[in-house]
Design a protein around this ligand. Sequence first.
Ligand SMILES: *[C@@H]1O[C@H](CO)[C@@H](O)[C@H](O)[C@H]1NC(C)=O
Ligand SMILES: *[C@@H]1O[C@H](CO)[C@@H](O)[C@H](O)[C@H]1NC(C)=O
Ligand SMILES: *[C@@H]1O[C@H](CO)[C@@H](O)[C@H](O)[C@H]1NC(C)=O
Ligand SMILES: *[C@@H]1O[C@H](CO)[C@@H](O)[C@H](O)[C@H]1NC(C)=O
Ligand SMILES: *[C@@H]1O[C@H](CO)[C@@H](O)[C@H](O)[C@H]1NC(C)=O
Length: 273
Amino acid sequence: MASSILMFICLVVITMVEKGVCNDLREICVGEETALNCDQLDHATKNHSYLELVWIVTDLKNPGDTKLISYCGKDPNNCSLLSSLNESCFAQRIQVRTLSRGSIYVRQLWKNDALSFSCRLFLQGDKRPLITSVNHLTVTCLSLSTGQDVNLSQASGENRISSETVKDKWWYILQGNGGEKKMAYCNGTKCSSILCSEYKTRMEINGLSLILKKVQLADEGLRVQCKIWRKNDAAPLLFNVLLKHVSANPRTGQSLSFYQRRWSSLSPLIPPL
Ligand SMILES: *[C@@H]1O[C@H](CO)[C@@H](O)[C@H](O)[C@H]1NC(C)=O
Ligand SMILES: *[C@@H]1O[C@H](CO)[C@@H](O)[C@H](O)[C@H]1NC(C)=O
Ligand SMILES: *[C@@H]1O[C@H](CO)[C@@H](O)[C@H](O)[C@H]1NC(C)=O
Ligand SMILES: *[C@@H]1O[C@H](CO)[C@@H](O)[C@H](O)[C@H]1NC(C)=O
Ligand SMILES: *[C@@H]1O[C@H](CO)[C@@H](O)[C@H](O)[C@H]1NC(C)=O
């Protein structure tokens, strides 16, 4: 889709997760529209204290990059988008529509992008607004049918990082309990074999790419993460892929479903390549 943009964002991405700055990151699929509501607006209109509200977007990686998205005056059902958003660094990164009741619909277009959206609700007489914030991390979501092979390097976009700059690269499966299973380790030129016995027959290293073979229904919900440490950069880059939908291909078929989650930061012991 937005591959040149992607190239750029790959150089940016998240470290806040590691530092616990934004604990409440919501995972959002790239390209999927999400409605955001301004808390307490109903209450404030009912008790006649509502004055006006704005929505603001902030780049979590560069908190100085912040921009007004929309403004609602007297009537919170009649809000306007600010055209200056189109001339900002968010122009090709998010698409926004306004909704009734001060809400907005947001679609995020970049992979592995971390943005914060906040509503500032101003009340009559009060100088300080009420603030509702939500932090979004975009992940690549896939819809697959059973039996397909998935090139996870391609899906995640991790292969856009030039191999000369890669110091260490780890592949993980993220688990529901916040844990992670190590799948493979790579340096700039070579990868280990699949480290997790459970996936030895399901995954494969091909060159510097990780391939998930013959997708099963049970893979729905699977979260795979590639974490890359670059030379001269302490913070790792994260690339996340979610197998959002797996549908049965009539010629194969299983049942069951499991769910995966989260990431953590420590650099693990490096296996032999
Ligand atoms: C009206 O509602 C808002 C939002 O819940 C609240 O912050 C504010 O204190 C209320 N004002 C009055 C006068 O009740
Ligand atoms: C909505 O707001 C705009 C500008 O704020 C105003 O020009 C327009 O008349 C309003 N529309 C309605 C239906 O109130
Ligand atoms: C921003 O640009 C998009 C696409 O070009 C356009 O559809 C939208 O109306 C513009 N928004 C504003 C507020 O100018
Ligand atoms: C996986 O995708 C990457 C990036 O597009 C590509 O370079 C690589 O050759 C692919 N690997 C396989 C086995 O298809
Ligand atoms: C990657 O590991 C292999 C095997 O240990 C080694 O031969 C190679 O020099 C390493 N490459 C880099 C760029 O460190």
